[in-house]
Design a binder for this molecule. Structure first.
Ligand SMILES: NC(=O)c1ccc[n+]([C@@H]2O[C@H](COP(=O)([O-])OP(=O)(O)OC[C@H]3O[C@@H](n4cnc5c(N)ncnc54)[C@H](O)[C@@H]3O)[C@@H](O)[C@H]2O)c1
Length: 261
C-alpha cells in the first residue's frame, strides 16, 4: 500500500486535489502549516492530517516520514503550497522576498528531495513510474505587474522540476502545473469583486475563471498511468488567457472582423 502527499492541502487547489484523489481511491496525506485546515480537509477525505511549514527542512522531512509510516510508502507527491505578494519591485523588503522564495522554491525542493527515495521504492515495488507534480504559475512563464519575486520563484519551480525529471527518469516522473487565475482564498480579494471578475472573464478565451477542480483534474492525470510517458513538462492551465498578444490583437482583431463580414 502507499499514498500521495499533498502540501498546501488545507485550502484552494491543494484541497481540491486531495478531494479528487481520495474520490479515486487514493490515500492522501494533507500537509499544511494551518493545523485546523489540514484537519478539516483530512477528515473530509478520510486522509491523514500533517502540520508542517514547507520552508522548514525538519518539519518537511518529518511530515514525509509520518506519511510513509502511515501508508507504508509514497507513490505520489503534490508540492502545492505557495505564497505571493503584490507591490512595486523596488518596495519589496528582504524578508518578503525571502518568504516567497523559501515557501515556493525551497519548500518544493524540500519535498522533492525528501520524497524521492520513497517514490523510487514504490517504482521498484510495482514497476510503474511514481510521479511528483509541482505547482508554478502563469506569472513564472509570462511575468505579471507587481509580482516580481513570485514570478521569479515560480520560474525557478519550473526549472527545478525539469531538472528533477531528467535526473529521476525512468523511476519518477516530475511535471509542473502553472495555473492562470483560479478562484481560491488566495485571490478572493480580486475574484470577489464583481466588476473585476467580469473583466477577468472577458479577457479569458474560455470565458470563465479557472476552478480549483480544473487544476486538481490535471494533477490527477499527471499522477496517473495515463500520463506515464510525460515528464519534465510545464503545463500552463489558464483557459487560453496567456495566448493573446497585447501588442497585435487590438490591431488584428478589428481587421479580422472586417474579413468576417
Ligand atoms: N489561485 C490562483 O489563481 C493561482 C494561480 C497560479 C498559481 N497558484 C499557486 O497554486 C498554489 C495553491 O494556491 P491556492 O490559490 O490554492 O492558495 P490558498 O491560499 O487557497 O492555499 C494555499 C495553502 O497553502 C498553505 N501554505 C502556505 N504557506 C505554507 C507553508 N509555508 N507551509 C505549509 N503550508 C503552507 C496555506 O495554509 C493554504 O492552506 C500556490 O502555489 C499558488 O502560488 C495559484
Amino acid at each position: 500500500m502507499s499514498g500521495v502527499l499533498v502540501t498546501g492541502g488545507g485550502s484552494g487547489i491543494g484541497e481540491a486535489t486531495c478531494v479528487r484523489l481520495a474520490r479515486g481511491g487514493v490515500r492522501v496525506a494533507v500537509v499544511d502549516r494551518d493545523a485546523e485546515a489540514a484537519r478539516r480537509v483530512a477528515d473530509s477525505v478520510g486522509g491523514l492530517a500533517l502540520v508542517a511549514d514547507v520552508a522548514d527542512r525538519e518539519q518537511a522531512e518529518s511530515s514525509i516520514e509520518a506519511a510513509v509510516a502511515e501508508f507504508g510508502g509514497l507513490h505520489g507527491l503534490v508540492a502545492c503550497a505557495g505564497v505571493g505578494n503584490l507591490k512595486p519591485l523596488e518596495d519589496y523588503t528582504d524578508d518578503e522576498v525571502d518568504l516567497i522564495w523559501r515557501v515556493n522554491v525551497t519548500g518544493t525542493f524540500h519535498y522533492l528531495r525528501g520524497a524521492v527515495g520513497h517514490l523510487r521504492a514504490a517504482y521498484e515495488a510495482t514497476g510503474r513510474p511514481s510521479a511528483a507534480v509541482t505547482v508554478g504559475s502563469v506569472s513564472g512563464v509570462r511575468p505579471t505587474l507587481g509580482e516580481g519575486p513570485y514570478a521569479a520563484a515560480k520560474a525557478a519551480v519550473v526549472a527545478l522540476s525539469a531538472s528533477a525529471a531528467l535526473e529521476w527518469a525512468p523511476s519518477v516522473r516530475v511535471n509542473c502545473v502553472s495555473p492562470g487565475f483560479v478562484r481560491t482564498p488566495l485571490n478572493e480579494v480580486l475574484a470577489g469583486d464583481e466588476a473585476t471578475r467580469a473583466g477577468l472573464e472577458d479577457r479569458t478565451p474560455m470565458a470563465r475563471l479557472g476552478t480549483p477542480d480544473d487544476v486538481a483534474a490535471l494533477v490527477e492525470f499527471l499522477l496517473g498511468p495515463q500520463s506515464s510517458y510525460l515528464t519534465g513538462q510545464n503545463l500552463v492551465l489558464d483557459g487560453g488567457s496567456t495566448l493573446s498578444s497585447a501588442q497585435m490583437d487590438p490591431v488584428l482583431g478589428p481587421l479580422l472582423e472586417l474579413f468576417r463580414r
